[in-house]
Structure formats: C-alpha cells, structure tokens
Design a protein. Structure first.
Length: 680
C-alpha cells in the first residue's frame, strides 16, 4: 500500500465537508473520485497532498495518514510561474533537475576512472548511477519533453518563447506537462480533460493507463474514466465509498447495492414492526413479561440497516418546445471561409431539421470560429452560408457564461429578470427552478456562483426564447455528471435541431446524429452517429475503405475537403466549376443543389482510385507469395530437422504470412466488388 487515510473528518468552520473518510492507494492503481459538484472531491485531493489537515487529529479514535516510505505526490495547483521571462524549455527543464545532477556525478566519475580504471568502488558507484539514470528516464528526457509538448498542441518552436507570452490556458498546459514529466509516485489530476481536444485526451488515456505509478483523478468525463480507471471512490452525503472497477462498473454496482439495501431495510422494518406489535399485545400479561423483555432486547441489539437514500440525482428538469417549426433544411454552408485575419478552414455542410450535428476536432482548427461566423459575430472571409426558412436560433458560449461580466452584487433573480422584464415573479421563479435555482438559491449573488451554476443560468436564459435551432459551444464544461445526463435527456427530447461543439465523447455518443470533423486534411461531414463514425475511421486507418473522400461518399454526407480551398476556385452556384473542384467523394454542393436535394460526384476519380488500390494489393500479394515460397523452402531444409526451436519460429512466420495473404485477398475482393458495382 502506497498511501492510506483512516477515519478523516474535514470541516470548514461549522460545515462538515467529509466525514469518516477511509481511503487507500495501492501500487499502480488508477483511482477516480466522483460525486456532485461541491461534494468535497477537490477537498479530498488537498487533504492527500497536505494542503489541509484533518479536524479530528487530536481525537481518541484511530485516525491519521500513513505512507509506505517516502511517496512523492504531484498535484496541479493554480498556475503561478515565478519567472515569466524565461523560456518554456527552461521552465520545463526544472523537472529534470535530478537527471542533470545524476549526469553531472557520472561525468565526474568518468574523469576519475580515467586515472584509476580498476577502482571497483568507482565502478560500483558508476553502475548505481547508471541504474538511477535509467529509472529517471534520463537518457530520453529531451525526446519525452518534445513528444509530450507536441501532444498538447504546441509546436517545437514554442519551446523558445517566454512563458509569459502564453495565455493562461496555455500556461496551465505547460504546468500539466511538467507534472506528467515529473512522474510522481502518486499523481493527482483535477479535471485533466478540461480544455483538451479529442486527440490529446485519447493520447492522455493511453499514457495514464500504462503509467507505472498511482494516479488519482477527479473528472466528469465518463468515457475517460471508463478507459483509464480501475477503482472508483464516490463521495455522497459527506461519506466516501470504494468500488472496484471503472465508472460504468461503479454505477452498476451502486444500483445493485441500493436495491439490496432497500430490500434488507424493508425486511428488517417488517420484523421490527412484528416484534413491536407482539410486545404491545402481551406487555401487561404477567406470564409474558420475560418474553416481552427478550423481544425488546432483540430489537435493541439489532444492527440497524440505514434507510437507503436514492442517488443524489437532483438536476435541472426543464423541457422546452420550439416556438415554431423550421423547414427541412436548417443551415447549410458552401465553401464558407472562416477565420480572423487569415483563413482557418473552408467548410461545407448541410444540417437538416431534428438532426444533432457534433463539431469535433483539434483545438485551434476553427470549431468555435465556425459557430461565431454563423451567428454573425465574425464576418465570413469567403464562400456562403444560409439559414433555412422559419429558423430561430439560440446561441450558448460556455466561456461567456463562466466569465459573465454581470454585476457581482446582483442576485440570480434580478439577473434573469433583467433579461426578461415582462415575466411576472412566479414565471421567473418557475424558469429558474427548472435549472436548480429554487428557494433561497435565487437570491445568490452573481459573484458567488460556481462555473456550473453560471452555465445553468446561461442555458436557462437562452432557452426562454424557445428557439428551434440550438447552437452550443462546449455546453457540458463545468457540469457534473448528473448535470450532463440531465442535459443529454433534455436534448434527446428536444424536437428542434442542434449544432454543438464538444470534446466530451460520451456526451457526443449519446446526442449526435451526425459528425462534422475538423482535421489536418480538412473538414468532413459524416451522416452517422459517433460510434459508427469511429468504426468508419478505423476502416479508413486499416485500409479497408478508401480515404476521406470515399468515406464521405459511402456515408452519404454533404461534407467536403476544405483546407485552403485546394482545387476550389469559381463562383457559388457555377455547376461546372463546382464539379471541377470535387474531392474523391461527393462534390461540395452549391446552395441551390443542396436545397433541391441534388448530389454530384466524380465516378471517374473513384474508379481510378479503386483500380490503383487493386493494383497495389496485387503487388503486395505477389511479394507475399514470394516470401512464403522462400520460407517453405527453409522449412524443408534437412539441416533444421532436429532444431525444434528454429522450426517453431519459422512456422510462426509462415502462419503470419498466410494470414497476411488472406487479409490481402479479402481487400482485393472488396475492391473488385466496388468496381463491379460501378459497372467496371
């Protein structure tokens, strides 16, 4: 066991935050701490790292914190770099101080060994330092730093920039990189996936799963927890309970435990009632005095089962219907050039009524910029976009919601009323109540609201207009898991159309009916849910289907390649020029084409690609057959007749080559089938 907390009590003033906490960390465990916002998750992290102390250390009960030897605990605190003038590389290299100290000692020993090469003591010390250097990953520190730096979305040139030249969010990423490179024995991560894009989150999952020490994570990202975690602690009603397994396993076990507790509680209550009724009936009968006393003792000595409390699932419960219904085509863009002082992307897509289109991709590619362009906050740099008839949109921006510049002394009630002055008081309280602002909560000051509360208030105000198109930029940031699930349910019941940016894969998988992907190759629309999109991407990676253009074509999407407008010149609505600029999949539709539901594609290009693909497979198959023939000749060599180890190794290589041929034959068959369907 690395670390243990026993019977901890944590209070702030008269308020109890955590009570009778028992917490353990073993070996390489990846531990999640889950619970509602404000339940004490971050408080527990602060207790573990030593920022706060137990309130019951002086009590008589057995309580305290123990560690197995010296455990280095790493925690990403509020970023505050001492020297903003030094470069990022100089700041990150502080993590490798033990490596440089070890390297210096090795260099000194090397100089000494030149004079005394047979000194066993020097050789022993040098060997010990080498092992330490390997344990510190000292021989690959620069490679580790550069790889991780780029994984977090930075360019290598940024290592030479002063740390003060980066934004607050970028400085937080640098601090996160330092924490990961420091490789502490117990790593504490508080909402590590916030503000990370999908590729970085997926990389972080793989890194943490193979991390050879312990990790404790507070997160509301359910898919991240499912993929990384093997132990879950839940904080509820000030108490903490340990569950073995990831988040999904925890939820299943919690429900099973609750059902069992309810059953046991009901049976015990029935037994108590039966004994009590017997006592009441016979308590005044002299011959039953001993029996009634005995039954009282039975009740008194029972280990009482606590009345089960249902999950703490209090969440907003409002349901909104659009004021009017839109026409079928809600939003479409044709070669829409987005950006600020220069073009980030060219985007073409079609969003139709009741669809829920998720915009995903790396940070900095233009996802939020697209939304801001559509609502008119930013001018289009080129191309065209159009809202359909009867479309009334509402826009939510989580950054503006959290950084709301409202008067901090204003109450929630007054803030809402200011936006909707025609509402009567009952209407205001009813609307706010649907988003958990009930009772005295409506009198909270704006300056006292948490990020999650600000998000709820902003959503509440936006939905009062009853739009038929919701444009949402990271709506689940700052929400706890119950809040996310409530929003998911609301959006699934919503009869309008939704266009949203999110990095929460679980949320996307529950909500999205289509994907608009921003990638290095361009912007593509997939007319499919998130799980099917992932399967399609895997097929592309495995070479089972063609590249992006073919994927878009097979998916039946309206998406097109759009980086820098490659091969795209001409005016909107010119069909001949539109066809000249099409990708290997469907051509980007003109506005009139989209609304008339006409599609154009280039069969010649697709046929050419499939033929090239088939020729490549044939060459690979010929090479494989040649290799297999050579291997079989080696297998027949009489000299190997008694070398069973070599024979087994050779047979394994032959088996692998035969499987490779089977795979190539399957791909050839699929390609030939596609060509046949095109009339080739």
């Amino acid at each position: 066991m690395r670390y243990q907390i026993r019977h901890a009590l944590v209070q702030y003033g008269a308020d109890t935050i955590l009570e009778d906490v028992n917490f353990e960390v073993h070996d390489r465990e990846k531990i999640a701490i889950v619970g509602r916002n404000g339940c004490g998750k971050t408080t527990l992290l602060k207790l573990i790292v030593g920022d706060i102390q137990m309130n019951n250390l002086d009590s008589d009960e057995e309580c305290g914190i123990t560690m197995a030897g010296k455990q280095e605990i790493g925690f990403l605190r509020q970023v505050n770099f001492e020297d903003k003038e030094i470069t990022v590389e100089e700041e990150i290299k502080k993590v490798f101080a033990p490596v440089f100290a070890c390297e210096k000692q090795m260099n000194e020993l090397e100089e000494q060994m030149k004079e005394s090469s047979d000194d066993k003591q020097l050789l022993g010390r040098y060997d010990s330092l080498q092992r330490k250097m390997e344990a510190l990953r000292g021989y690959s520190w620069r490679q580790d730093m550069e790889i991780m730096f780029q994984r977090f979305g930075f360019a290598l040139e940024d290592l030479c920039r002063p740390i003060g030249s980066f934004s607050g969010g970028q400085q937080t990423k640098v601090a996160f990189i330092k924490l990961l490179l420091g490789r502490p024995d117990i790593m504490l991560l508080d909402e590590p996936t916030n503000h990370l894009d999908l590729p970085t989150i997926e990389w972080l999952e793989g890194y943490l799963k193979t991390y050879d020490k312990a990790v404790i994570i507070v997160s509301h990202d359910r898919m991240f927890l499912d993929k990384v975690i093997d132990v879950t602690y839940e904080i509820e009603y000030h108490r903490i309970k340990r569950y073995v397994g990831n988040y999904s396993a925890f939820m299943k076990q919690k429900e099973e435990d609750l059902v069992k507790q309810e059953k046991d509680y009901e049976e015990q209550q029935k037994e108590i009632q039966r004994l009590t009724e017997w006592i009441e009936k016979w308590k005044n009968t002299p011959s039953k005095v001993a029996a009634t006393r005995s039954k009282r003792m039975v009740i008194e000595h029972m280990v009482k089962i606590e009345k089960p409390r249902r999950f703490d699932t209090k969440a907003f419960h409002a349901r909104y219907e659009p004021r009017i219904e839109s026409y079928t085509n809600v939003v479409q863009a044709r070669e829409l050039s987005i950006g600020y002082d220069h073009e980030l992307e060219k985007v073409s897509f079609l969003l139709q009524k009741k669809e829920r289109l998720a915009i995903i991709g790396e940070n900095g590619k233009g996802k939020s910029t697209l939304l801001r362009t559509l609502i008119g906050e930013l001018p289009a740099l080129g191309g065209e976009y159009k809202f359909g008839q009867n479309v009334e949109w509402g826009y939510f921006d989580q950054q503006k919601a959290v950084l709301d510049d409202a008067d901090p002394r204003q109450t929630v009630l007054d803030n809402f009323w200011e936006a909707y002055p025609r509402y009567v008081r009952e209407e205001v309280r009813s609307a706010l109540g649907g988003f958990l602002f009930s009772g005295e909560d409506v009198m909270k000051l704006m300056g006292q609201l948490s990020g999650g509360e600000k998000v709820r208030l902003s959503l509440c105000k936006m939905l009062q207009t009853r739009p038929n198109l919701l444009i949402l930029d990271e709506p689940t940031n700052h929400m706890d898991i119950i809040g996310k699930e409530a929003l998911e349910q609301m959006l699934k019941e919503y009869t309008g159309t939704v266009l949203f940016v999110s990095h929460d894969r679980y949320f996307i998988s529950r909500i999205a009916t289509g994907i608009l992907e921003f990638s290095q190759e361009g912007v593509y629309q997939y007319k499919m849910g998130y799980e099917d999109y992932l399967a399609q991407k895997q097929k592309e990676a495995d070479g089972l289907v063609g590249g992006r253009g073919a994927a878009a074509n097979n998916a039946g999407t309206a998406g097109t390649k759009g980086v820098g407008g490659k091969g795209r010149t001409g005016q909107m609505g010119d069909d001949s020029q539109a066809r000249a600029g099409q990708t290997a999949g469907k051509a980007a539709p003109t506005l009139s084409d989209v609304f008339d539901k006409k599609t154009y594609y280039n069969p010649g290009k697709i046929r050419s690609r499939l033929k090239s693909q088939l020729e490549k497979y044939e060459r690979q198959l010929a090479g494989s057959e040649s290799r297999l023939a050579e291997l079989q000749m080696q297998l027949a060599d009489p000299a190997l007749g008694s070398d069973y180890t070599k024979l087994m190794e050779l047979q394994e290589v032959i088996d692998a080559e035969e499987k490779n041929q089977e795979s190539l034959l399957e791909r050839m068959l699929e390609t030939e089938t596609e060509l046949a369907e095109m009339g080739e």
